[in-house]
Design a binder for this molecule. Structure first.
Ligand SMILES: Nc1ncnc2c1ncn2[C@@H]1O[C@H](COP(=O)(O)OP(=O)(O)OP(=O)(O)O)[C@@H](O)[C@H]1O
Ligand SMILES: [Mg+2]
Length: 254
């Protein structure tokens, strides 16, 4: 399988803190994987470096073989990276529909807006398709700030999805949700991964979800890759148990 996303020797420090310290990881095309690790491990920073929110101090981020490190955020979106945030990043005063139309349009340059892939009717069609997929179709006319927390997280994902990313990064899609809502959200994530056939990487703290959903797991700790493998390999990995999972999950590995 060719890799959709290759990260090679990636480094980012904040003052004396090595938030990402020589990270090399490869995400196969069409794969679904989780990034886990303790608070402050560098997970969000890792996504911020891939999506261009931060510029790496060193290293490369290759999308389908081409380095995108240092490009503008807009250019990185055009190269096929979509991203949703740990705290939903939405336009609070826009309706769901207007948020999605604006997202389609903002991904394009002026010339593309005039003759683009998504003229207004195309933008509408794409927005409606994505809203349908994420269960927001009956809320298109709701103002974003009046949505439930879970629906705001779904809208954030929808905003990323309308631009048709080939690689989708989801930073804690279930953050702040109760147990039932969490499962509904992660099932939606799995469903869109299956239907869209894109590469999905999600950060998640709930280990029941991670072990049940993600075929491949990467563990970050102090900015480094501590381990990568299948759920069974990660559950049984002594370094991961020591650094993150603790003894409760040691039992679960048996
Ligand atoms: N913009 C920033 N400025 C300064 N330090 C930062 C910045 N962003 C992250 N850091 C630091 O980098 C380290 C990694 O933070 P990061 O947010 O990536 O962790 P995380 O694994 O996402 O944690 P959490 O599970 O709590 O979300 C932390 O020490 C954090 O304080
Ligand atoms: Mg984080």
């Amino acid at each position: 399988m060719t890799a959709a996303l290759d990260v090679i020797g990636l480094c980012k420090s904040f003052g004396g803190v090595r938030a990402i310290d020589n990270v090399t990881l490869s995400f196969p095309s069409g794969s679904l994987s989780a990034v886990i690790g303790p608070n402050g491990a560098g997970k969000s920073t890792f996504f911020n470096l891939i999506s261009g929110a931060f510029t790496p101090d060193a290293g490369e981020v290759r999308v389908e073989g081409r380095n995108i490190a240092g490009l503008s955020r807009a250019e990185i979106v055009r190269r096929g990276i979509g991203r949703a945030f740990q705290v939903a990043s939405i336009f609070p005063t826009f309706t769901v529909a207007d948020s999605l139309y604006a997202a389609v349009q903002s991904g394009q340059g002026h010339a593309e807006r005039l003759v683009g892939r998504f003229p207004l009717s195309g933008a509408r069609a794409r927005a409606h398709e994505v809203a349908e997929m994420l269960g927001l179709a009956d809320k298109l006319h709701r103002v974003a700030s009046t949505l439930s927390h879970g629906d705001q997280k779904l809208l954030d994902i929808a905003i990323a999805l309308v631009r048709e990313p080939r690689i989708l990064l989801l930073d804690e899609p279930t953050a702040g949700m109760g147990p039932e809502e969490r499962w509904r959200m992660i099932e939606k994530v799995r469903e869109l991964w299956e239907r869209q056939k894109i590469t999905v990487v999600f950060i998640e703290h709930d280990m029941d979800i991670v072990f049940r959903i993600a075929p491949t797991i990467r563990v970050l700790c102090y900015g480094r890759v501590l381990a990568e493998g299948t759920p069974d390999e990660i559950r049984a990995n002594p370094a991961v148990i020591e650094a993150y999972l603790g003894t409760a999950h040691e039992g679960a590995a048996a």
